[in-house]
Design a protein around this ligand. Structure first.
Ligand SMILES: Nc1nc2c(c(=O)[nH]1)N[C@H]1C(S)=C(S)[C@@H](COP(=O)(O)O)O[C@H]1N2
Ligand SMILES: [Mo]
Length: 316
């Protein structure tokens, strides 16, 4: 994922062969003391400080994969959240400095009801669902995560976008005090992502506020993050403070950082390689052998229609 790399990250740590090394370091990190801690029944420090409780939610088996979810430990110890460091174990160690209460989401742009919405209110008035989704990172690893979230379409309908609204842009909190990774120019902060309006309105697209039945741990993007399961993980922007409706395609962080490597659409596609590595296979975290990556991360039936007539090699 990394384009402008800080001096302390060696190239071999971020290209494909290094995924093995990353993984080994991860296994080491989770073996000794960390494992003892995880099995003691305590929650991670990042979760401990938060008072917010997840309201009731219903399970949605129809929109869930029947693959086994990764362990809570995998999901909360192996993360990408560059605002807290570029190594997979950094967010679990450092994301406790993020203050998630109170939290407001600014809604602006081509919309009838622009406002600063209290997260509490957005959650209270929504129907939460558990959806078990695959997450396929552009770095060729994957996980299965039991999210609890709000269908994004439900919120968008309440905000009432006007007909000029063709895209939705999302922005992460920008506060180097709380997010020390933002003191380094790894990306042009804040992190920005976007979707076409029909992608944002798709029933699979959710804003997650929890996982494994608990409120989101900070390292997973607390208190509210996007989840778009047929796209590479980097589309699923964390710790959102702004949702903006626009007429033109948003300039998204990774597409700006490496236009030849990260497109706006970022649909999982085993036939279109990343310029520096293959996307044909993936390593499910916790497994040894690689799996074949599948088109749209397995959600072809549900989403292929969104891209009918588009050249997915050009619109990668
Ligand atoms: N703000 C922000 N959002 C982000 C990222 C990030 O660095 N910053 N990383 C992305 C990437 S590359 C992936 S794969 C997923 C990882 O989500 P997870 O750590 O909850 O598994 O978050 C995405 N959202
Ligand atoms: Mo990713």
């Amino acid at each position: 994922m990394l384009i402008k790399r800080p001096a302390d990250i060696k190239p071999h740590e971020i290209t494909e062969p290094a995924l093995y090394r990353d993984r080994r370091r991860f296994l080491q990190a989770t073996s000794g003391a960390a494992l003892a801690f995880a099995t003691s029944g305590l929650f991670l420090p990042a979760e401990a400080a938060v008072g917010r409780k997840l309201p009731d939610y219903r399970k949605n088996p129809r929109l869930s994969t029947d693959e086994s979810p990764n362990s809570l430990k995998d999901i909360t110890r192996y993360n990408n959240f560059y605002e807290f460091g570029t190594h997979k174990e950094d967010p679990a160690k450092h994301a406790h400095t993020l203050r998630t209460e109170p939290w407001t989401v600014r809604v602006e742009g081509e919309v009838e009801k622009p406002a600063d919405y209290h997260l509490e209110d957005l959650i209270k008035s929504a129907q939460l669902e558990e959806r078990i989704y695959r997450l396929r990172c552009v770095e060729a690893w994957s996980m299965v995560i039991p999210w609890v979230g709000i269908p994004l379409a439900d919120l968008i309908k309440r905000f009432k976008p006007v007909s000029r609204a063709k895209f939705v842009e999302f922005t992460t909190l920008h506060d180097p005090e709380q997010m020390p990774g933002q003191r380094r120019a790894v990306l042009d902060w804040p992190y920005v992502e976007g979707l076409r309006m029909d992608e944002a309105m798709h029933p699979l697209t959710i804003l997650a506020v929890g996982l494994y039945g608990k409120i989101l741990p900070n390292q997973n993007g607390a208190p509210i993050r996007l989840v778009v399961p047929w796209k590479y993980g980097f589309k699923s922007i964390k710790s959102i403070v702004k949702i903006r409706f626009t007429e033109t395609m948003p300039k998204t962080s990774w597409a700006l950082a490496g236009p030849a490597e990260y497109g706006f659409y970022a649909n999982v596609n085993p036939a279109v390689d990343h310029p520096r590595w293959s996307q044909a296979k993936e390593r499910r975290i916790g497994e040894f052998l690689k799996r074949k990556t599948v088109m749209f991360n397995g959600y072809t039936d549900a989403v292929a229609g969104l891209y009918a007539g588009m050249d997915l090699r050009r619109n990668f």
